[in-house]
Ligand binder design. Structure first.
Ligand SMILES: Cc1cc2nc3c(=O)[nH]c(=O)nc-3n(C[C@H](O)[C@H](O)[C@H](O)COP(=O)(O)OP(=O)(O)OC[C@H]3O[C@@H](n4cnc5c(N)ncnc54)[C@H](O)[C@@H]3O)c2cc1C
Length: 327
């Protein structure tokens, strides 16, 4: 292991990790940046996001997170702060421990070891996909074309004038249906419970009834549509029924990539998100959390940015305080 102590290491290269790197490097703090392996990236939300319509300035990008992130990282790696930016491309972190001196020992996916004084974990989450006919691939063309969406705040407006179905069996899915109906007065709204029985409770069920939102139990056997996912026509259900719709949302929960935080002993909430204080410091001194992984935040690009800036600035304040007493 190199004995050099990097002031800060950032784990994750999505919206949060990239903003964290911009902040710490522009604060003039030497930064190790691990954006993840190809496999890590494939599991990240950043890779799945196509057009971003709810963040100013993003309309021109086909890949609304990946492209602007790459531009900023490239600029950072070539500009006047480049000596402070150690961009470990296609590299993830497989292990982190805190040693007796309070420093973090990181092992990367190339089996190299590093020492850092502070770390920011921004490894994100992933939306649970419906398993149709044995795997999750049936929805991919539609997810890529965004005729099947995941994020209400990002893409809810897509359902204006559309016959819409929400895939999910719990109150969360029913609330997505209710909210979309109330906002956009969709001509038809249904909840498809797919491979589970409905767990929607009384009061939410009443609201669905009031709005004519049908709760349909029955396994989805296939997704119907054309134009490589650009046109969704509906779902074939068990028993031969075809449920026609123009748009769909999935609401099946999230997988939280909290393994590294958990291994360090960071406190998690009941859903597995990592709890941070006002600046994002976790229950483990020196470990910060940013982005979707952080508990009690909106799962959005601008929230990822804000939590990343909070963490970067808090670390800078601590590094400056340390230099005041050691210099
Ligand atoms: C389909 C879809 C559309 C969306 N559209 C919008 C939108 O229009 N507007 C909006 O504001 N939000 C949108 N979102 C939400 C947005 O994508 C997230 O809020 C945002 O990506 C969160 O950023 P993040 O950095 O926390 O996580 P992610 O973007 O998921 O990034 C996680 C990063 O961690 C890395 N990683 C994982 N494990 C490791 C490891 N062990 N070592 C190193 N790196 C690791 C990955 O490679 C990745 O770089 C959308 C989400 C989805 C799924």
């Amino acid at each position: 292991m190199s004995e050099y102590i990097y002031p800060v290491a950032i784990i994750g290269g999505g919206s949060a990790g990239t903003m964290a790197a911009l902040r710490t490097v522009l604060n003039n703090d030497e930064t190790l940046f691990f954006p993840g392996t190809a496999q890590d990236k494939k599991r990240s939300r950043a890779l799945w996001v196509a057009k971003v319509e709810n963040v100013p300035g993003h309309l021109g990008y086909k890949k609304g997170i990946e492209q602007p992130n790459r531009e900023s990282l490239q600029w950072l790696s070539e500009g006047e702060f480049k000596e402070k930016f150690h961009w470990k491309k296609n590299t993830g972190v497989t292990k982190v421990t805190k040693n007796a001196d309070g420093l973090f020992e990181l092992t990367d996916s190339k089996d190299q070891k590093w020492l850092a004084r502070y770390i920011i974990i921004a490894t994100g989450v992933m939306d649970v996909q419906p398993i149709i006919d044995g795997d999750i691939e049936a929805v991919f063309p539609y997810a890529n074309a965004q005729t099947i969406d995941y994020c209400l705040r990002c893409d809810g407006h897509h359902v204006l004038g559309k016959r819409t179905a929400v895939i999910g069996h719990g109150n969360g899915a029913a609330w997505v249906a209710v909210m979309l109906y109330e906002r956009y007065k969709t001509p038809k709204m249904s909840v498809l419970t797919h491979d589970k029985k409905s767990e929607i409770s009384g009061d939410v069920l009443e609201l669905c009834k009031k709005y004519g939102i049908e709760i349909i139990e029955g396994e989805i056997l296939s997704v119907l549509g054309k134009d490589n996912g650009k046109t969704l026509e509906g779902f074939q259900l068990a028993g031969g029924t075809i449920h026609e719709c123009d748009w769909a949302f999935t609401s099946l929960g999230m997988l939280v990539y909290n393994e590294l935080a958990k291994s360090l002993g960071c406190e998690l909430d009941e859903r597995g998100f990592v709890i941070g204080d006002a600046k994002g410091m976790t229950s483990v001194d020196g470990v910060y959390v940013a982005g979707d992984l952080r508990a009690n935040t909106k799962k959005q690009i601008y929230t990822a940015w804000d939590t990343a800036v909070d963490a970067g600035d808090a670390i800078n304040a601590k590094l400056r305080a340390l230099s005041r007493v050691t210099s």
